[in-house]
Design a protein around this ligand. Structure first.
Ligand SMILES: [Fe+2]
Length: 228
C-alpha cells in the first residue's frame, strides 16, 4: 500500500468516527514527531500493539480485501507487566464488500459487534482436522442466543447486534452492499497477530508500504523504542 493511501484512510476513519460521536484515545492523534518526545511511559502502547493498523492483507486490492483497525486496548500473553490485562478492544472500519478474508484464531475468542453504520455480514464454518472448511452445522452465539446454522451461513448483523467467534471457528466478514460503511467493535481475549491468526489462503497480515509521502501517524507495527 502507498503511505499516502494509509494517511488518507486514517483521516477518513477519524472523520467517520467523530461523525458518530466516537472519540479515540490521545495516542490516536499523535504524529511521528510527537512520538519522538515519548519515553518509556508509553511502553504499553508500543509493546501491546495499540493504535492504527491498516491492512490489505498483502493482496494489493484494499477496496476488496482490506481493513482499517484501531486497537484501543490490549494486553500481552507473555510479557510482564501486561499479562494481567487479558482482554483487547478494537474498532474496525469495514467498507461495503470489503472482505477480511477467511481465518480463525487458535487462542483468541472474540465478539464482533456491529456498532453503527452499515450491516456487517459474517460467514462461518467449522474447521476440518486438516484445516479446511467443514460442511457441518455451526453452533454460534448471537447476543447470548445460541443458534445452529448450516455451514457457510452468512449472518447479517445490524447495528447493535454481535456474534461470538470461538477459537478454531472459521470466519470472514464484510459490510453488506447498500447499507454503507460499518463501524464495528471487537471485544476479545488478548490479541497476538504474530502467532494467533490462521488464514485459509496464504496471506500477509500487514501490508508492504511504499513510502510516497511522510506518515501522518505511525502504525502499530512502526513504533521505535524510546531514544532509538
Ligand atoms: Fe477474527
Amino acid at each position: 500500500m502507498k503511505r499516502s493511501e494509509i494517511n488518507a484512510l486514517i483521516e477518513d476513519a477519524k472523520e467517520l468516527l467523530h461523525k458518530h460521536y466516537m472519540k479515540l484515545p490521545p495516542f490516536a492523534y499523535w504524529s511521528p514527531e510527537d512520538w519522538k518526545q515519548k519515553g518509556s511511559e508509553c511502553d504499553e502502547i508500543r509493546e501491546c500493539g495499540l493504535g492504527w493498523d491498516i491492512t490489505d492483507f498483502g493482496a494489493g486490492d484494499f477496496d476488496r480485501t482490506g481493513l482499517v483497525v484501531f486497537t484501543v486496548r490490549n494486553g500481552h500473553r507473555t510479557l510482564e507487566p501486561y499479562t494481567d490485562k487479558t482482554y483487547c478492544e478494537k474498532i474496525l472500519i469495514v467498507r461495503k464488500d470489503q472482505h477480511t478474508p477467511m481465518h480463525y484464531h487458535v487462542f483468541k475468542q472474540e465478539d464482533i459487534i456491529c456498532r453503527c453504520g452499515g450491516n456487517l455480514v459474517c460467514e462461518v464454518y467449522n474447521r476440518t482436522p486438516d484445516d479446511q472448511l467443514a460442511g457441518t452445522e455451526v453452533e454460534v452465539s448471537l447476543d447470548g442466543v445460541r443458534h445452529r446454522v448450516p455451514a457457510g451461513t452468512q449472518l447479517v448483523l445490524t447495528p447493535g447486534e454481535s456474534i461470538t467467534l470461538t477459537p478454531y471457528l472459521w470466519h470472514e466478514f464484510w459490510a453488506e452492499k447498500g447499507t454503507g460503511t460499518s463501524i464495528v467493535g471487537e471485544v476479545s481475549k488478548v490479541n497476538d497477530d504474530a502467532t494467533d491468526n490462521v488464514f485459509l489462503k496464504a496471506l500477509g497480515r500487514f501490508p508492504d508500504i511504499e513510502e510516497d509521502a511522510p506518515p501522518m501517524h505511525l502504525l502499530c507495527t512502526e513504533y521505535e523504542a524510546p531514544g532509538a
